[in-house]
Design a protein around this ligand. Structure first.
Ligand code: MG
Length: 343
């Protein structure tokens, strides 16, 4: 009888040589002969059938210990053993299917419960202003995303639209899974969208909603404000040279607007910097404003607070744009106003 090498036997039985060595060690399938000098395993042709049986049993997921008992059984008993094994598998799958269905129900119920408590109403407006030849700002407001972006450079308008466009593709399901990770992904997407635009770039300030949680993505000198319990908070930090001088104590808030480099950004969405990300909790009654610098450079915080507190979203954005234009409209003006209201 011609014995087969382990390679020949592996090909014929569709088991890997590595698996065959393991089965030998486990006593599952002993080679017909082992060369005493070099340890090479050789198999007899009539071992192919038990070997194929092992391969098939592996394919239905049977553990090796169980396979070992089955390959030693006569045909009828082996058949009965396989039937019983499969019954157990199906019972197990049924139990897991039920658990999976329960989990799906539990998790989607959680989502409904959260968004059942809060609704968001919003309005968006972007305006060329009175001086700039074109509007390079972009702004967006939807059920899951609020964003403003202030583009600069030759491709500025493309950059601002691309940055917001990238965020529109981040699914809310992603946010539910892992808000922090999703925020980082969102920032990366926005960065990818504008990194090849040469000297052009954009600021980006965006809020993404998932129930009562919100993700804040920010880079540059557009801003997010929160009006809560009658107080106005600027919840973003300007990425500007003057702001870093204020942070270092080299400049006062009052001196900042008249500084010659007042307009210079220290960070923006270009090929260099990715946006910062943050996860926050929303409360019923919260009012948010996102604005490009064309608004908040010429309309002061007290006025913003009054308008935000008094007006519904659409009236508020109309009023804020009108105020910026009344102050000369020196830059493109964009704003998004959103109210978190109990359902
Ligand atoms: Mg601007």
């Amino acid at each position: 009888m011609t014995l087969l090498t382990i390679g020949e036997f592996a090909r014929a039985s569709r088991l890997s040589a590595k698996a065959l060595r393991l089965y030998d060690e486990l006593g599952l399938l002993r080679p017909a002969a082992v060369d005493e000098r070099n340890g090479y395993r050789r198999y007899a042709p009539d071992q192919l059938e038990p070997a194929r049986l092992v391969a098939w049993l592996r394919r239905i997921g049977m553990p090796l210990a169980e396979i070992r008992t089955i390959v030693e059984l006569p045909g009828a008993a082996a058949a009965e053993a396989v039937r019983k094994y499969w019954q157990r598998v199906e019972a197990d799958v049924t139990a897991r299917r039920r658990l999976a269905a329960d989990l799906v129900e539990y998790l989607s119920g959680k989502d409904v419960a959260m968004s059942a408590q809060l609704a968001v109403t919003y309005a968006v407006r972007t305006d060329r202003g009175l001086v700039r030849p074109a509007n390079q700002d972009a702004a967006y407001a939807g059920d899951q995303l609020l964003a403003v972006a202030d583009g600069f450079g030759e491709e500025g308008a493309t950059a601002s639209q691309a940055a917001i466009g990238a965020l529109q593709h981040v699914g809310v399901g992603d946010l539910l899974n892992a808000m922090d990770d999703a925020m980082a992904d969102a920032a990366q997407l926005a960065w990818n969208a504008v990194r090849d635009m040469g000297d052009s770039g954009t600021t980006l300030t965006a809020l993404m909603w998932s129930g009562a949680r919100l993700g804040l993505v920010h880079i540059g000198d557009s801003r997010a404000y929160l009006l809560r319990d009658g107080q106005l908070f600027q919840i973003t930090h300007d990425d500007t040279l003057v702001q870093s001088m204020i942070d270092d104590g080299r400049l006062t808030e009052a001196e900042a607007p008249s500084h010659p480099d007042a307009m210079l950004l220290s960070k923006a969405l270009t090929g260099e910097h990715t946006p910062g990300v943050e996860v926050r909790d929303g409360q019923a009654g919260d009012r948010y404003l996102l604005s490009s610098d064309g608004l908040h450079r010429v309309v002061d915080a007290d006025t913003i607070k009054d308008v935000l507190g008094a007006e519904e979203p659409q009236a508020a954005v109309d009023r804020l744009v009108a105020l910026a234009n009344a102050a000369g409209g020196p830059d493109n003006i964009s704003c998004v106003v959103a109210h978190l209201i109990p359902r």
